[in-house]
Write a protein that binds this ligand. Structure first.
Ligand code: SF4
Ligand code: SF4
Length: 353
């Protein structure tokens, strides 16, 4: 019975993925032809989170959900820019009472819908609702095998949720594990990645900065684990991504960050920022954010780029890296080094492994 359900779900997931993949290819073609639209936007429907990971600077424990009408206006505005993918993030977006209509609105507006969650609130019924809303990608980060003082995003706690996803989700599921500074047991990343593949999901690995926000090369064993996980996703986009190789070796990257233009981070207050780690730049209300702003940011060099680990922005930038050198300076300069952060792999740009 369970086997039958699993194979039915996998077929439905493959069908939805085939449609999403077709739209992603169209997105890449459109992105190559024109530089005038955002490729990926993260939108925050609420800052509150039910967890409190020690390394995280993206949550609080009290804020209210953004009213759904405001979320609709922001989503419609992103659609009017020609945005291709909108990923709902947080805080914990599953705490928002109107998450399903928010996802529906993204789809109705013709954009690809993604979700980043800690997974704690998933149930079979909640996953079925996400299916019906039209969700296309979901990502969960799992930081360790057993919960500790730093993070409760553990395989032990979340494995049951992963099994529910394998049984019910017809959207793509990516499991992100982490390596680097502050991760006590690097072997955990391997356990998490293997479990993800066993359940039919894709797997990525993120690298954490040290406590000063500096890139630090992975240690030899961490590097072996990182290589092994990268080789698991045989058709993974990130396999071809030199950025990630440099980050793992603690080397700076030479690239053109198109945040504020091809990538947008829309906070709970409706302001457009470069990314989660450079909030406040440019920090302009989305309704006032114009094509001129986006054009300017496209050509603006970001001082934080060489040591950045925000991989979703780096993946988006690959479409344009060969063109349009950046000659402008930020109107208000962002910090030279990002704050300590966790790399967020790019939901919406992953291939099925
Ligand atoms: S990392 Fe995610 S789950 Fe942890 S506190 Fe931050 S938003 Fe919440
Ligand atoms: S931290 Fe990374 S993604 Fe954010 S603005 Fe700097 S270079 Fe771009």
């Amino acid at each position: 019975m369970v086997k039958e359900m699993l194979s039915r779900t996998r077929i439905r997931r493959k069908l939805r993925f085939a449609r999403t993949r077709l739209r992603e290819w169209r997105m890449i073609a459109k992105g190559l032809l024109s530089t005038g639209h955002p490729i990926l936007a993260h939108i925050i429907p609420m800052r509150r989170c039910n967890l409190s990971c020690a390394y995280c600077n993206e949550y609080d424990d009290h804020s209210k959900p953004v009213p759904v009408d405001q979320m609709y206006r922001r989503i419609d505005r992103l659609a009017s820019f020609g945005t291709t993918i909108v990923t709902v993030s947080g805080g914990e977006p599953l705490l928002h009472p109107d998450l399903d209509p928010i996802i529906q609105r993204i789809r109705q507006d013709g954009m690809i819908a993604g979700l980043i969650t800690n997974g704690y609130l998933l149930t079979a019924e909640r996953i079925e609702r996400l299916n019906r809303a039209g969700l296309e990608h979901l990502q969960i980060s799992i930081d360790n095998v057993l919960p500790d003082d730093i993070s409760k995003k553990s395989l032990k706690v979340l494995d049951q949720k992963l099994q529910l996803l394998a049984r019910h989700a017809i959207f793509q599921v990516n499991i992100n594990s982490v390596l680097g500074s502050g991760v006590k047991n690097p072997e955990d990343a391997l356990v998490v990645a293997r479990r993800a593949l066993e359940l039919g999901f894709t797997s990525t690995v993120g690298i954490i900065h040290d406590g000063n926000g500096q890139l630090r090369p992975l240690r030899p064993r961490e590097m072996e684990i990182w290589e092994e996980i990268m080789s698991m996703g045989k058709r993974s986009f990130s396999r071809f991504n030199q950025f990630q190789h440099n980050i793992a070796r603690g080397k700076p990257n030479d690239w053109r960050c198109r945040a504020g233009s091809r990538y947008l981070y829309i906070c709970e207050n409706g302001l457009a920022h470069y990314c989660s780690q450079q909030r406040g730049y440019p920090g302009i209300p989305l309704e006032q954010y114009s094509v001129e702003h986006r054009r300017r940011e496209y050509h603006t060099r970001k001082a934080c780029a060489p040591r950045c680990t925000v991989s979703c922005v780096q993946q988006v930038a690959m479409i344009d890296n060969w063109r349009a050198p950046q000659t402008l300076k930020p109107v208000a300069a962002p910090a030279a080094e990002p704050e300590p952060l966790v790399q967020l792999a790019g939901v919406g740009l992953r291939e099925e492994s």
